[in-house]
Design a protein around this ligand. Structure first.
Ligand code: GTP
Ligand code: MG
Length: 201
């Protein structure tokens, strides 16, 4: 799929103030610093579209980007950034959970996992919560450029194995790098396939 246009539309903390209408949207979630905003820039080929930072906690709001004038990418704040303090983390958690549970236009949630890490409790708990709430999601392993092939494979297999302990069937997963654009075509064509099943797209 070609990305012919990508425009920032609105940022807010309140799901009720997100854009109205019925364009489908694809949101990105994961721990702070896992690479959500960078991935949105990589997918859209626009470097400064979503704000990124080497310091965790950069994205604080729900950000809507209108793509090709008929669907949205949504950048969400990350969870689990300890320096925010408990109260700050709770506020972010509420923003994220309310968006996920209430936003009817959210067609698929991409859960980003850092491919360099062993399975993390915070991510496993979050995925468990998605399952309990019947949220449609898929998985993206990020920062694959930081690992050698063998190690990458080993880490991903270990993650999938851990997930299989809780889930009989796993959702689709992708491997990405915003550095060298790995995964771009696969993720965009996955979105395109879903869009095609939606009336008028
Ligand atoms: P929050 O908004 O704080 O939740 O973080 P985020 O998940 O949006 O992460 P962001 O995209 O801001 O990236 C965090 C850091 O990781 C930045 O320094 C990025 O340059 C770096 N980064 C993101 N993706 C990749 C990647 O695929 N490869 C490499 N090498 N670095 C990456
Ligand atoms: Mg961000």
């Amino acid at each position: 799929m070609e990305i012919s246009s990508a425009e920032f539309v609105i940022s807010n903390t309140n799901v009720n103030k997100c854009p109205s209408g019925d364009f489908p949207e694809y949101a990105f979630i994961g721990r702070s610093n896992v690479g959500k905003s960078s991935l949105i820039n990589m997918l859209t080929n626009r470097k400064g579209l979503a704000m990124t930072s080497a310091t965790p906690g950069k994205t604080m709001l729900i950000n809507h980007f209108l793509i090709n004038k008929n669907w949205y990418l949504v950048d969400l704040p990350g969870y689990g950034y300890a320096k925010r303090g408990l109260k700050g983390q709770e506020q972010i958690r509420t923003i994220i959970e309310t968006y996920i549970l209430q936003r009817k236009q959210m067609t698929n949630l991409f859960v980003l996992l850092d491919s360099r890490l062993t399975p993390q409790k915070i991510d496993l708990d979050f995925i468990e919560w998605l399952g309990m709430n019947n949220i449609p999601f898929s998985i993206i392993f990020t920062k694959s450029d930081k690992l050698k092939g063998g190690q990458l494979k080993q880490n991903i297999n270990s993650y999938l194995k851990t997930l299989h302990e809780h889930w009989e069937e796993l959702p689709p997963h992708f491997i990405s790098s915003s550095e060298n654009r790995t995964g771009r075509l696969e993720i965009l064509s996955y979105i395109e396939q879903i869009n095609k099943t939606i009336h008028n797209l």
